[in-house]
Write a protein that binds this ligand. Sequence first.
Ligand code: PEP
Length: 247
Amino acid sequence: MTAPQPLIAGNWKMNGLGASVEEARAVAAGIGESRARVAICPPAILIHRLAQALAGTAVLVGGQDHHWDDAGAFTGDVSAEMLADAGASLAILGHSERRAGYRETDADVSAKVGAALRAGLEPIVCVGETLEQRKAGEALAVVTGQVRGSLPADLAGKAFSVAYEPVWAIGTGLTPTTPEIEEVHRAIRATLVEMFGEAGKSAPILYGGSVKPSNAAEILHADEVGGALVGGASLKAEDFLAIIRAV
Ligand code: PEP
């Protein structure tokens, strides 16, 4: 069994205006030969512009969230099909900022994954424990529980990835030690194999939380780390490229 192709995905969160398209172009221009698949997930309103600017390059475009229904009376929301229609091919789902800030449950995330698959989007499903949960020795139970609850059975045989993002590491400059990352990634892998059998071995398990040029190589070469979900450091092409080169 060959290791899954690594994925480096940039999560721009609620950052970026039209001028940021140039930053995405700079990433595409600087990639060169990479073993990794690379994606940028800008705010929904920029997806179409990025998709046009990046057409024919190695950089994919993704969304950051979408509704679980395909269409309807949901003021202010976007559907998975709308993201795909605008040029996205992936979607980040279940990010802790949505779980905490919008009270998204595992069941909500699972329903969103179903909508992503119906629209042909490749889901990146985020899981991760809070600092309190880690201190209480609950990290593995919390994370594997989120994996079980957030990944629907219809993912079997589909392309998807799981992103392990400890909540306390996001945007803080803090990261778990490499053995701590490996322990959680191995537990996620075991859960995926339990859930999906042999197919559970092929989904990349990304690490996310304060990945930057200075720590990327160590994290990306850790056991069962199949790429990174990058927030702050994906906003500058130079930093994001340094992370991509560390694969
Ligand atoms: C994220 O929120 O997905 C993330 C990884 O953020 P940062 O890299 O800024 O910690």
